[in-house]
Write a protein that binds this ligand. Structure first.
Ligand code: MLC
Ligand code: AMP
Length: 472
């Protein structure tokens, strides 16, 4: 079964764990998770698809577990989501109800509450492996986010391959403070723990202090989290008793890697993936952990590099190519978007990651960057420049807008909007936070007289990202 540690027969036979999940001041045992999760399953079983406001709470954990027991696909909704994006997610996904916590604006959908103390011991048959576990929304270069359908078998295959690479076992205590509406925090962190059977601790905000106090063996973080840990030597030193520190979702800067080695005694394991493929490449517990490199394909995963014409690029450690992935962890398709799904794969079923990479003769991978400047990674969040530009253009007084990711020591990339027109920069930032989500807001809006364009009239985003763009 997908959540192997929650097998009702095994839990009833004594394979309980008093502190299987700790989150938001609540501790859930395995039998709480089975009993309350099955009670959620009973209430949600007749729905075809539900939305879960993915705040980091026990309610969210039980809502997710209930859906997976009942085989009802769920849409994790970002906790900080704004009006336009929320409306899009609810309409596009066709969810029938909110399960668990209600957002301030529920858009008239039915509500199925999660009752923390209700219990049911009904036994559900395990849904088919190819059934959709969840639909996770993620940004493209243009337009509003697309729904990525992720199957139960993809989730299971990914966790099992990672368990092998990281020697991850039920003896671990996994700690993170990441959002529960993306692959990293939800699929790897929470579902990984419930499949492997280890203790899971969610720290709330992923601060260096909260990581230091959690006494885990296995820690997950995005590079922003690790760079903040490395800047807090006392907190970093407290992690020396851990077994493994894992970084992913964006490139881990080499100085942060080196600071972690110096302060914690651990070379972090770096792994690479995406919402569409889950995690596909990682360094190993028992292998080389090379700063700047993300490792080898996981068991069952194939990777290759191609050029613009689709011809193979040599794996010589220097030649740069477009990274493609064939993997049992790949997504089943974009919801309602057969066009985008078809575009994402080539004729032989290779998924085009949109990342450019090199592979050396030993099969080690280094991610060089993204093909498009319009996909930004900020704090480990994937954000499309196009969706922000559309929202900015909808604001009174904005004539033109171009959004870029500018290198940032803390966030990897910082979202900067260049705007032509007459508007207050702070109000524009607030407008994006309210319409899309707080984490998609530009950190800076620069009012300019004109956007740099080429002869075809296309905005020269690389010029903007490297400091061009004259202020008014
Ligand atoms: C600031 N705030 C505002 C605001 N400006 N609120 C409303 N309106 C505004 N204009 C508030 C925020 O809500 C927040 O409040 C606080 O200010 C700080 O906000 P922040 O500066 O944006 O957050 P920060 O602390 O910098 O976040 C850093 C971070 C975060 C690392 C914690 O970026 C993060 O959680 N990243 C993880 C992303 C992730 O999981 N990606 C995985 C994708 S899956 P408050 O109250 O909340 O403090 C994937 C696959 C793979 O990529 O490979 O893993
Ligand atoms: P998302 O869909 O939010 O999971 O974003 C996926 C993207 O994150 C990938 O296509 C990469 O661009 C980036 N990414 C994930 N992990 C890494 C990593 N270890 N190094 C560099 N980029 C990464």
């Amino acid at each position: 079964m997908l959540l192997s540690s929650l097998d009702p027969a095994a839990v009833a036979a004594g394979h309980d764990l008093a502190d299987a999940v700790r989150i938001d001041g609540v501790t859930l045992s395995r039998s709480d998770l089975v009993g309350a999760g099955t009670s959620v399953a009973e209430r949600v079983a007749r729905a075809q698809r539900v939305a879960i406001l993915a705040t980091p709470t026990a309610t969210t954990v039980l809502a997710v577990v209930g859906c997976l027991i009942a085989g009802v696909p769920f849409v994790p909704v970002p906790a900080d989501i704004g009006a336009t994006e929320r409306e899009h997610l609810l309409n596009d996904s066709g969810v029938q109800a909110w399960l668990g916590e209600l957002p301030a604006e529920s858009q008239g959908l039915a509500h199925i509450p999660v009752r923390m103390h209700a219990r049911s011991w009904h036994r559900y048959a395990e849904p088919r492996p190819e059934a959709t576990a969840m639909i996770m929304y993620t940004s493209g270069t243009t337009g509003l986010p697309k729904g990525v359908a992720i199957s139960r078998s993809a989730v299971a295959a990914d966790i099992d391959a990672l368990a092998q690479a990281w020697e991850w076992t039920a003896a671990d205590t996994l700690v993170h403070g990441l959002p529960l509406f993306h692959v990293h925090g939800l699929v790897l962190g929470l579902l990984g723990s419930l499949r492997i059977g280890n203790r899971f601790v969610h720290t709330g905000k992923p601060t260096p202090q909260s990581y230091a106090e959690a006494a885990g063996t296995l820690y997950f973080g995005v590079p922003t989290v690790w760079s903040r840990v490395a800047a807090d030597p006392a907190a970093a030193r407290a992690l020396s008793s851990a077994r493994l520190l894992v970084s992913g979702s964006a490139a881990l800067p080499t100085p942060v890697f080196e600071d972690l080695v110096r302060l914690t005694g651990h070379a972090p394991v770096e792994r690479y993936g995406s919402t569409e493929t889950l995690i596909t490449i990682s360094t190993r517990v028992d292998g080389e952990r090379r700063p700047g490199w993300v490792g080898l394909p996981l068991a069952g995963v194939q990777t290759r590099l191609v050029d613009d014409e689709g011809r193979p690029v040599p794996h010589d450690g220097e030649s740069i190519g477009q990274l493609q992935v064939k993997s049992p962890t790949n997504f089943s398709g974009y919801l309602n978007r057969p066009d985008a799904t078809a575009e994402a794969f080539d004729a032989e079923g290779w998924y085009r990651t949109g990342d450019v990479a090199v592979i050396d003769t030993d099969g080690m991978h280094r991610i060089v960057g993204r093909e498009s400047v319009d996909l930004i990674k900020s704090g480990g969040f994937r954000i499309g420049a196009g969706e922000i530009e559309t929202v900015l253009l909808g604001y009174p007084g904005v004539a033109e807008a171009a959004v870029v990711g500018v290198p940032d020591d803390d966030l990897g990339q910082r979202i900067v909007a260049f705007v032509v027109g007459d508007a207050d920069p702070d109000r524009l930032i607030q407008h994006v936070a309210e319409q899309l989500s707080v984490h998609k807001r530009p950190r800076e809006v620069r009012m300019v007289d004109a956007l740099p364009r080429n002869a075809m009239g296309k905005v020269l985003k690389k010029v903007l990202a490297t400091g061009g763009g004259d202020p008014c």
